[in-house]
Write a protein that binds this ligand. Sequence first.
Ligand code: ZN
Length: 292
Amino acid sequence: MRDFSRDHRWLSINTATVRKNRGAEQPLTAIIEACAKRGIRAISTWRDQVAAAGLPVISKLVKDHALELSGYCRGGMFPAFDAAGIKAAHDDNRRAVDEACELNAACLVLVVGALPGALAGKAIHKDIALSRTQVSDGIAELLEYSKANRMPLAIEPLHPMYAADRACINTMEQALDICDALDPGRSGALGVAVDVYHVWWDPKLEAQIQRAGRERLMAFHVCDWLTPTTDLLNDRGMMGDGVIDIPKIRGWMEDQGFAGYSEVEIFSSGNWWQRESAEVLDTCIARHRSAV
Ligand code: ZN
């Protein structure tokens, strides 16, 4: 297992972690400059942050600083109520692939979606099995386009508390079942993003990481699970402040040959987003060395 205690060469910052500086939205350009200044070699950005700054601006900045993208957030949200909705999602996902290519991202992360309407507050139906079929069909269709553009797709299973509104794929096992069905040859075009926040509790986690193997382990996201958790979305903890044995999970990943970045992804409206983002980045570096 790689020794992270001496430096932060394998640290990536998911830019949502410092999306806010003392509670105020922070431009992606400023986030990138702050990361580059600290010798952080990789980031993962969100489409809305890129759109706000302009894709050409961010693309140039990333190249100027020789930054890598450990992933691009995000594609997905496949299920819809009707054919027009399915098509709109597909078109949007193709644009996400194009943007990920322009930024030379390691993969496009997929948050697959769940019951149509639920995220807006009212689910249009209760048929989660239908949503899962639409997810699988949507990934199959997108895979043709992403393969042609050489952009790997990484399915991110989300914690079951999001099964209604954000992702009806909730375990590594489910995600890998889709990978096996759609890419049985393990071409490297389809895999998983392992986010410890979502999967740490799973009794099958170690076995499923082994099942995934090197070709399908495309990203590793870290933060921590706080007790108590006060918000289902925006109360993620800094590594070392919660109950997740992150080094143990990283060891399982590396046993399979994973040698990529450890991406810090913290949504924290009540704590870290209220602080100076300089302090947050410095803490990420310190915790990457001591708790990842
Ligand atoms: Zn994640």
